[in-house]
Structures are given as C-alpha cells and as structure tokens.
Ligand binder design. Sequence first.
Ligand SMILES: CC(C)(COP(=O)(O)OP(=O)(O)OC[C@H]1O[C@@H](n2cnc3c(N)ncnc32)[C@H](O)[C@@H]1OP(=O)(O)O)[C@@H](O)C(=O)NCCC(=O)NCCS
Length: 238
Amino acid sequence: MLHTVEQIAIRPMRADDVVLVEQMSADLSVQSLYYRFFAGVPVLPQGFLRQLRNLDHDQHEAVIAVCGGLVIGIAEFVRSADPSRAELAVIVADSWHRKGVARRLIGQLTPLACRAGVTDFEASVLPENHAVRNMLTSMFPAGRYGWHDGMLAYELPLRQDPASEPRHQARRPRWWRIAAHQVAAHYRERKVEQRERDLVGAASGLGRQVTRELNNPAVQCGVVRRQRFSSIRRPRLG
Ligand SMILES: CC(C)(COP(=O)(O)OP(=O)(O)OC[C@H]1O[C@@H](n2cnc3c(N)ncnc32)[C@H](O)[C@@H]1OP(=O)(O)O)[C@@H](O)C(=O)NCCC(=O)NCCS
C-alpha cells in the first residue's frame, strides 16, 4: 500500500522503537549509510542501535518519522563536551528523500534541544554531500562552516544574534519585520505547502523573510520570537 507524506508522524524515539529503526536498513543505500556514518557499512551499525537503546533524552535525544508502521527517518543530537552544544545527525529512508521528512524531523528535534539548554548544533558533513549542505544552509541561515580533517564542520546557532543577521535585514524597518513575522505565523497555522512558500519567497523581499522565518527552527522554539520581537509594539490596524 502506498503511503503519503500526510500519513507521516514525527515523535520522540522510545527504546522499543529500535527494532523498527533496524528495519529501516532495508530502505537505505550504501551511499546514504556512508554519508551518515562515514564508513562503508551495508546496514545500520549495531553500535548505533545500541546507543539508541540507551537514549537518556538529555545527553542523547532522537525523534523518528513513522509511516505505515515503518520508521522512515531519524534525527538525533548528542551533547558535546561543552553542554551547550550538540552534534546533529539525520538519516531518511531512500524512497522518502526530498519529501520534507528531514526538515520535519529537525523541526521537532530543535525545540527539544532548546529546552535541554543546547544553543548550537554542530554537524560533520562530507563535502560531496550536497543534499545535507543545502538543507543546513536553508534551515539554519545563521549557520557557518569550516574545514576539519577533510570534512565540513558546521556550527548552527539555535539562538540568533540579531547583530549577526545579514545587513539588509538589520536595516529593515520594524513594521516590515512585524509583517513578515505575522505572515509566517499565518502560513504556519494554515500549513502552507513548501512549494507555495518558495514561490512567495522568490517573488518579494518580504516573502523571502517569511520563508527564512518558516525554515528557521529557532523560530519554532520561540527563541527568535522572544529575542527579536518582544520589544516591538504592534502597529494599530484600521
Ligand atoms: C540529507 C537527508 C537527511 C535529507 O533528507 P530529506 O528528507 O530528503 O530532506 P528534505 O526533503 O526535508 O529536504 C530538506 C532540504 O534539503 C535539501 N535537499 C534534500 N535533498 C536534496 C538533494 N538531493 N539535492 C539538493 N538538495 C537537497 C533541500 O534544500 C531541501 O529543501 P527543499 O526540498 O525545500 O528544496 C537525506 O538525503 C539523507 O538521509 N541522506 C543520507 C544521510 C545523510 O547524508 N545524513 C547527513 C549527515 S548527518
């Protein structure tokens, strides 16, 4: 039976989900596994599954995407030595690529990380992995990367520093930013499709800001809303 994206549920991982995660190997190519584990493994490694069995939901947290009784994706963070930072990793079953699963997984994982006191995700990415590079650039506009041992080492702030915004955004008037924020909230409530958002995004500067807000997981955990908009008084309408 064919399943659609509407039937996908995203939820925190439980210990008894490990069996389902293990079965995801059937829908993972060697390349996907290589991009995730940086090693030529034919299936999800036992060490990885063992770690999932011992999730403590503080140092190590995971959310899964479930559809038709199968796990089709998993996103995790593992806290680093500096407890305000955590390594982000995600993998999605091959037949579900490019359907917004990773975006939704990270969208749910990020608020959990914020609540656990994580301020920055880190991610190690192979330079040829354009899918995840595009994804991180679009989901974490304030993210940066450098080179480390032939890999790209991403730093992805979850709390945005307004001073680090691109200059043209910082110069926008307050009414403009309020408008973008309100349109983004409206879109989120109405669950407007990503493709439609991108069309609006391409059409205008305001639309681009709306798209940026919707794609920024920090907005979803309320951090940006508090930091950037709490001091702004709403204009009177009518
Ligand atoms: C990277 C990966 C997790 C993306 O999962 P996904 O569910 O297909 O991603 P989404 O559909 O949510 O797409 C999110 C964004 O990622 C980017 N993206 C995803 N796949 C892409 C591809 N094949 N080419 C270019 N960009 C891509 C796009 O910007 C996309 O947004 P858009 O569809 O609105 O343009 C998936 O390809 C995967 O599991 N790869 C193997 C494991 C891996 O590389 N993990 C990362 C290392 S931690």
